[in-house]
Ligand binder design. Structure first.
Ligand SMILES: CC(C)(COP(=O)(O)OP(=O)(O)OC[C@H]1O[C@@H](n2cnc3c(N)ncnc32)[C@H](O)[C@@H]1OP(=O)(O)O)[C@@H](O)C(=O)NCCC(=O)NCCS
Length: 175
């Protein structure tokens, strides 16, 4: 593979970032857009994105992957962030690009003194990045129907053991 760079997103990347999520995720019906595209637009419009942690993967000038991180709350206090969406163009999946984005965004969040990162995801993929079930750490999901095995937390260096209910940024709740 040609050199793959991970860097912060820039305003000129926005249409290419939309394309990544449009192609990576499945639309609810043919001809429609995956909800992740509108989610990202909403997070951006609301000012909920944590810009130093929103990264693209670039190969020969083409944006092939993107990860977003946004401000969340624990019992109403902004102490944790939510990771997602993360997407890699289908033809580039399975080559380590998603892993590179995960490591880089977690390192950026750590460097920004964020306490921890939360996501709803597959229990077999995310533990390799240090994610573990959030509920045993005292972080409850926004919706009690979410399976504990998929509601995951990655504590960072600044972790100060917040306890309570996690809520994603408002754009997630408008989905
Ligand atoms: C998830 C995603 C970002 C991973 O990117 P990637 O570049 O393919 O990932 P990597 O090459 O670093 O890692 C591949 C590994 O991820 C696993 N994987 C990929 N997608 C997965 C998923 N949705 N659930 C569980 N595991 C997944 C592969 O099985 C592979 O595992 P292995 O190393 O044990 O064989 C990418 O596959 C993607 O865009 N998927 C569609 C969108 C999506 O589901 N995003 C996640 C939810 S927000």
């Amino acid at each position: 593979m040609s050199a793959m760079l991970v860097r912060r997103e820039r305003p000129a990347d926005l249409e290419a970032i939309r394309r990544v999520h449009r192609e990576a995720f499945t639309a609810p019906e043919p001809g429609a857009e995956p909800v992740e595209v509108a989610l990202l637009d909403g997070l951006r419009a609301d000012g909920s994105l944590i810009e130093p942690c929103c990264l693209v993967a670039e190969v020969e000038g083409e944006i092939v992957g993107h990860v977003a991180v946004s401000l969340g709350t624990v019992d109403g206090v902004p102490r944790l962030v939510g990771l997602g969406p993360i997407g890699v163009l289908p033809e580039w999946q399975g080559r380590g690009i998603g892993s590179a984005l995960m490591h880089a965004t977690l390192a950026a969040a750590d460097a920004a003194d964020i306490e921890g990162v939360v996501l709803l995801g597959h229990e077999s993929y995310y533990p390799r990045f240090g994610f573990e079930p959030a509920v045993p750490q005292g972080i409850m999901p926004p919706d009690p129907s979410w399976p504990d095995a998929n509601f995951l937390l990655r504590p960072l260096t600044a972790w100060g053991s917040p306890r309570g209910q996690f809520r994603y940024a408002p754009a997630f709740e408008r989905l």
